[in-house]
Design a protein. Sequence first.
Length: 361
Amino acid sequence: MTTTTILGIESSCDDTAAAVLRGQAGAAHVVSSVVMGQTALHADFGGVVPEIAARAHAEKLDHAVAEALAKAEVTLDDIDAVAVTAGPGLIGGVVSGVMCAKGIAVARGLPLYGVNHLAGHALTPRLTDGVPFPYLMLLVSGGHCQFLIVSGPDDFRRLGGTIDDAPGEAFDKIARLIALPQPGGPAIEERAKAGDSRRFKLPRPLLDREGCDMSFSGLKTAVLRQRDHLIIDGTLRAQDQADLAAGFQAAVVDVLAEKTRRALAVYAQLTDTRTLCVAGGVAANMAIRTGLTTVAEEFDTGFIAPPLALCTDNAAMIAYAALEQMGSRAPDDMTLSARPRWPLDQTAQPMLGSGKKGAKA
Ligand code: KG4
Ligand code: ZN
């Protein structure tokens, strides 16, 4: 097998990223990975503003690529192929990345691969841990929430996902409701350490419904109602804030754990050697990791959580997905276009609602 050096580009949400990856499917290493965030640009707006994101990507992409090449101590002469996120995501950002990748590919005569962002997340456990197919992936971030059985580089079966907010989105919104800073996930996890998770009765949405679909927006409304009873003179006491944070986090853990049990029951019918993998920023949460580890043990299943830098949005995963797929697909040409919605499992029912990254995939 030949060793390929591939440049990856990612700009589908609020991170401008470029990476150089070297190797082959199942045996590649990240030579460099640069992620330029935009948190400060969106801080005053309470969420990612698509137009601001697109403009920032257009400004930063060249710099991210130059920095990734420099850190890898290579030039474009050493690159064999270019991979870019072609969707799903905020369309302005995806267009910026696709245009940048097309420019490099056409100028240098390199093959171009448009990659599904979710495939990048879903294939990461093979990059980091060489996990064999098929494995079960729980993707939980600010923009995504779904269970996938990953059986090949382009073979994904979705077992279920959120019908409204993604969990990270819920963490961020709840943090705003209880006056904690953004991003909400780490702030809630920290505050919850001082809280009593049993003080408030919060719902565990959709556990009474069969299957692996999830919902987090009702939980948000329930926290809002409790908060409104507790506010005195416009402020929330620190203990009330901690108890709400702990109660909310415990509810998310319970929902993810129970839905993972159901997904594992489906997956267990397919194979004897089993691995549960998790990706996305929410996978940083220790309470969630502990809950998933326990469930994996119940099912005699391995548990893999890639290092955080490769769990959250990055371009190494995009380069790696192209590396996995290039054996079985032709490169794209200059007609490659950005797709705001691009479900991994084309046969699954479309998800309802819209997340931080636009329409749910
Ligand atoms: O994967 P990611 O970096 O970006 C996308 O959304 O694609 O995930 C960011 C999300 C944010 O919503 C953030 O609040 C959440 O991940 N997050 C966490 C934690 N760290 C980050 N959620 C819960 N607990 C955490 N420790
Ligand atoms: Zn992502």
